[in-house]
Design a protein around this ligand. Structure first.
Ligand SMILES: [Zn+2]
Length: 510
């Protein structure tokens, strides 16, 4: 504890005792200010001889004590008070036990300016200043709102009742700021709160017996330095707002936020690229039987069974993959509708299953096609055969307008992003390990299949064999052979999926 009179004398300040307490005066040039310290009052009043300079209050964290008619303060409190009042550093060195005071005013105005005061007399207007008339009307702090910004925060105290005299103390070394009200109250428990994120870590309310109310606001000073703290009274909604600003690197925060956004988009992309929906298209159906074998085997029945088995394999082996069927029974689905179904369900892969037919009954084997300009007459023949169904469709002239060679090339280009993947898919289905597809020894072909035109995803059309070849027709109509063929296609998709996900994820992590 230090004797404030001795402190004043050491600092070449004049002082006198008055009814209010100890009055210390600094008369430096024009700016003469008085500091009134009263026994038992934790607010120190600073006034100026110049009537234009507003009165301000400096709050002490402990009340002054009087002994033998002298006023004492804890040494740290005394130094802080003098520093704030005089605008020049007065420091106590604990190690040496010395108090050092600069006689030269330093520009610490900013930190002093952070100490705000709302005077009650503002509200009283032209009254005679007799404060006792309003003493019964108490201010109630009804709520606290904390708004976090990139480099600071706004803490708003909502109030009811008259304007209270309020004072704000700048942060101490631990990052606590003290906000005090005279003649005020609040629900202490309700307004004491810990905050999980943001600059404000906790707010503690404390009610004093003399109707003083103090909020201790603990700020997060671990990663940034608090540059300034100030406050404002908002008459409109009777609230007091404290503004804190830190040296937080706003640019760094923005970059971090941007990175988080990108990471989010990337994870959405990963989701988007995940091979999690496979569309299976059994060719033909309903009024369109497709190719018919010498023994009356209909393509639409064979491929429906194969697609059913293929879907079952996928669902059993990959529970995370959704299987969409363009048809599950003997119904007619227009070709353009099949691609639309695939797009509507967000398909990642489109596989159309067909049986081939040829006037040459010895033609045999399986083939896998992707969309593109026909490379040869044979491919064109297959495309023409499969596209022939269009004529069965009621409104084909409108639905397939522009389905010309030229448009096929264009749509093929539009599908360019998927063209490579489609080729890979087709190749994988043709792999020896997946060759349960009948006698496959042919290469991936390109042809203008209408059904491959619309889906916006890697697509392939599998011709599982020739129903026009008597030997292959026997195999194709056998239920067990159908399952084997389906398993062969599944193995191809499995190879494709493994390579696809490995390469996609690798490129995304770059
Ligand atoms: Zn077909």
């Amino acid at each position: 504890m230090v004797d404030m009179e001795s402190m004043a004398r050491a600092l070449r300040l004049t002082f006198r005792q008055s009814a209010e307490g100890l009055i210390i005066e600094e008369s430096l040039g024009k700016r003469a200010t008085l500091c009134a310290i009263s026994n038992g009052n934790h607010f120190v009043r600073v006034t100026s001889r110049n009537a234009d300079v507003p009165e301000r209050m400096i709050q002490l964290s402990s009340t002054p004590l009087t002994a033998q008619s002298r006023i004492y303060l804890p040494i740290n409190q005394a130094c802080r008070l003098l520093t704030l009042w005089l605008n020049r550093p007065v420091e106590y060195n604990e190690a040496t036990g010395r108090i050092t005071a600069s006689l030269k005013a330093q520009d610490i105005v900013e930190s002093v300016a952070t100490i705000g005061l709302i005077k009650k007399s503002e509200e009283q207007g032209g009254g005679d200043g007799n404060g006792s008339q309003n003493k019964s009307a108490k201010t109630v702090i009804t709520g606290i709102d904390v708004e976090n910004r990139a480099n600071g925060s706004i803490i708003t105290f909502m109030a009811s009742g008259p304007l209270a005299q309020a004072a704000l103390l700048k942060p101490d070394t631990e990052g606590n700021i003290y906000f005090s009200f005279d003649n005020a109250s609040c629900d202490v428990d309700a307004l004491t709160k810990v905050y999980k994120s943001g600059m404000v870590r906790a707010i503690t309310a404390k009610q004093f017996p003399d109707a003083g109310l103090q909020f201790t606001i603990a700020l997060d000073t671990r990663s940034s330095v608090i540059n300034s703290v100030d406050f404002q009274y908002n008459k409109k909604n009777n609230s007091y707002a404290i503004y804190t600003r830190s040296n937080a690197d706003v640019e760094a925060i923005r970059i971090k936020e941007k990175e988080q956004q990108i990471a989010q988009v990337l994870s959405r992309d990963v989701e988007k690229w995940k091979l999690n929906t496979i569309v299976l298209d059994a060719g033909h159906g309903g009024k369109d039987p497709g190719a018919i074998g010498g023994n009356g085997t209909q393509e639409k029945d064979v491929v429906l069974n194969i697609v059913h088995d293929l879907g079952t394999f996928i669902e059993q082996k990959w529970p995370d993959v959704r299987v969409i069927y363009t048809r599950k029974d003997n119904t007619f689905i227009p070709l353009h509708e099949r691609g639309k179904i695939a797009n509507r369900h967000g398909g990642k892969l489109f596989i159309s299953v067909h049986c081939n037919a040829s006037p040459n009954h010895s033609a045999r084997g399986s083939e896998v096609y992707i969309l593109g300009a026909h490379k040869n007459q044979a491919a064109l023949d297959v495309a023409m055969l499969e596209n022939a169904v269009i004529r069965n469709e009621a409104d084909y002239q409108n639905e397939y307008k522009g389905f010309t060679e030229e448009h096929l090339i264009m749509s093929s280009m539009a599908q360019n992003a998927f063209a490579k993947q489609s080729t890979t898919l087709a190749q994988d289905i043709l792999q020896p390990s997946s060759r349960k597809v009948v006698n496959s020894n042919r290469a991936v072909r390109q042809a203008g299949f209408m059904v491959l035109w619309t889906p916006s995803m890697p697509s392939a059309l599998v011709e599982v064999g020739y129903v026009s070849n008597p030997a292959e027709e026997q195999i194709l109509r056998d239920r067990q052979e159908q399952a084997k063929i389906a398993y062969g296609i599944f193995k191809g998709i499995q190879i494709y999926r493994k390579n696809y996900e490995t390469s996609t994820m690798a490129s995304m992590n770059q």
